[in-house]
Design a protein around this ligand. Structure first.
Ligand SMILES: [Zn+2]
Length: 498
């Protein structure tokens, strides 16, 4: 192992010179840091293939032999990631250098700056690209209605029992305060808190406050970025978050940017730290046509009804302050709108239930503010949420429907790959649902898939169809007559008449 590590150090130094901007003057110094870090007494004296290293896209070919060595010694994936992330962190430019390079490129062209930070995050292994590439992606197309995108996420590492045991025994450490706090930059990680040894981010000013831009290690789509507020404060959909999103759209017009809503069930997985998600991918929602375009109370701003499965409105205009004013009016009107005949109750004894998921982008100088109307109320009949995936779809998606799914890209659990294959086999051998579940108890709930497959549908088609039905469930105004009437009554109340 010592020999493997010593060789990897020399290869990593060569890799960092060609990929991570390591300067010749810094090589001896960083070599000594790595020798200490990896507990190697002296450098490797043999040859390394510098030409092959220069051609690498990621450091995997260098890291894999030492990953295997550590695995043979009994270390878990998380423990090995902590070691390799720390090593790559030492080889990555310091945050101040990353920021000055980013800013220099930004002045030439904003796209160059985000491409730089994205590529750096892949090349220094913060984004573990080879794991992400294992995700199964497919489009779900329908005879009528917009397409959806499905990703079966194979890249989030399965937790080992050892890690879970260590996390339960962990000391009550409150540093870093959460996964999105700025003190994660370079943090080594611990059981229950992932390694951030090679994380780099850059500061931005949005809405008059300091935020940071980084890329998501799980890249659910192309250039999937996360923008988080410097302060650890809960997510809130309000005038400040809307203004901050619009400022981001000014700075990076080649990206969309969105905020999850600020309530459980209809929000993202982290509600306790204000943050956005964005990126270079055109989510299915952003490609669909507008239905009606209505004029309203704010001059120069129109409201489009968007032809999507959940309830989406889009405000459009050129004047930033006016678009902000018009969108905020709709957000606030929705937050207080009640229509008990459609099950829409904005407030009850449990508190507030209505909120919006917001996506902002700029197109030909116009601001487009997409508002996905959400409500998280539950009742006896719908313990998971009245406007949430119905219980019988839990075999496909259990978690809350956040911004990315609500906009048409579904991130589904890795178990579905194995389960789909087992259901395919059961269908091919003509098993009944009961026989299939007896053989594989975790296929409970897959009766619909089994029957669809027996009728010639593919697993992908079946999964796509369920995702579409989930978005119908999420829709607060259904597509039937009562729903359409309700939506128009709501719009009329905010000054947008048909
Ligand atoms: Zn935080």
């Amino acid at each position: 192992m010592k020999e493997k590590l010593a060789k990897a150090i020399e290869e990593l130094l060569s890799y960092a010179r060609s990929h991570l901007y390591l300067r010749d003057e810094d090589v001896i110094y960083v070599r000594n840091l790595l020798l200490e870090e990896l507990k190697v007494e002296e450098p490797y004296k043999g040859e390394i293939d510098e030409k092959a290293i220069a051609a690498l896209k990621t450091p995997d070919a260098i890291l894999d032999p030492i990953r295997e060595g550590y695995a043979e010694e009994g270390l878990s994936v998380d423990e090995i990631d902590r070691i390799t992330d720390r090593a790559l962190g030492l080889l990555t430019p310091l945050p101040s250098e990353v920021i000055s390079t980013f800013d220099g490129l930004y002045k030439k062209n904003p796209e160059l700056s985000t491409t730089y930070l994205y590529n750096l995050s892949i090349e220094n292994d913060y984004i573990k690209k080879s794991r992400v590439d294992k995700n199964i992606l497919f489009d779900a197309k329908f005879e009528k209605g917009p397409m959806l995108e499905i990703s079966i996420n194979m890249s989030k590492p399965e937790k080992s029992n050892k890690d879970i045991a260590a996390a339960t025994k962990k000391a009550d450490v409150s540093y870093p305060r959460c996964l999105l706090c700025p003190e994660n930059e370079g943090y080594i990680g611990r059981p229950g808190h992932p390694s951030r040894g090679n994380l780099r981010f850059v500061p931005l000013t949005l809405g008059g406050k300091r935020w940071y831009l980084q890329f998501s290690p799980y890249v659910y789509y192309r250039e999937h970025c996360i923008v988080f507020l410097e302060d650890h404060v809960p997510m809130k959909v309000d005038g400040f978050s809307l203004a901050s999103l619009m400022d981001f759209a000014d700075l990076f017009p080649h990206y969309f940017i969105g905020s999850n809503s600020d309530l459980p069930i209809v929000g993202g997985s982290i509600l306790n730290h204000e943050h956005f998600q964005g990126g270079g991918h055109e989510l299915p929602l952003l490609k669909v046509p507008f239905l009606n375009t209505l004029k309203g109370p704010v001059d120069g701003v129109v409201l489009h009804e968007v032809d999507f499965y959940d309830t989406v409105l889009c405000l459009e205009g050129k004047d930033k302050a006016k678009v902000h004013e018009a969108a905020l009016k709709v957000i606030e009107a929705w937050a207080h709108y009640d229509n008990p005949s459609l099950n829409i109750v904005s407030h009850d004894e449990e508190g507030r239930h209505s909120t919006s998921t917001i996506i902002v982008r700029k197109k030909e100088g116009n601001y487009l503010i997409y508002l996905i109307l959400r409500n998280n109320r539950t009742d006896a009949e719908h313990p998971g949420g009245i406007f949430h995936a119905r219980e019988q779809f839990a075999h496909i998606k259990k978690e809350g429907i956040g911004l990315i799914e609500a906009a048409g890209l579904f991130i589904l659990p890795s178990r579905l790959k194995r389960q789909s294959k087992l259901v395919e086999e059961a269908a091919a051998s003509g098993l009944s649902y009961e026989e299939m579940v007896k053989k594989n108890p975790d296929l409970q709930g897959f009766a619909g898939m089994l029957s669809s497959l027996k009728h010639g549908l593919t697993a992908e088609k079946y999964i796509g169809g369920i995702c579409r039905l989930i978005l119908d469930d999420v829709s607060v105004f259904k597509k039937d007559e009562a729903g359409k009437k309700g939506l128009h009554a709501f719009l009329q109340g905010t000054g947008y008449g048909i």
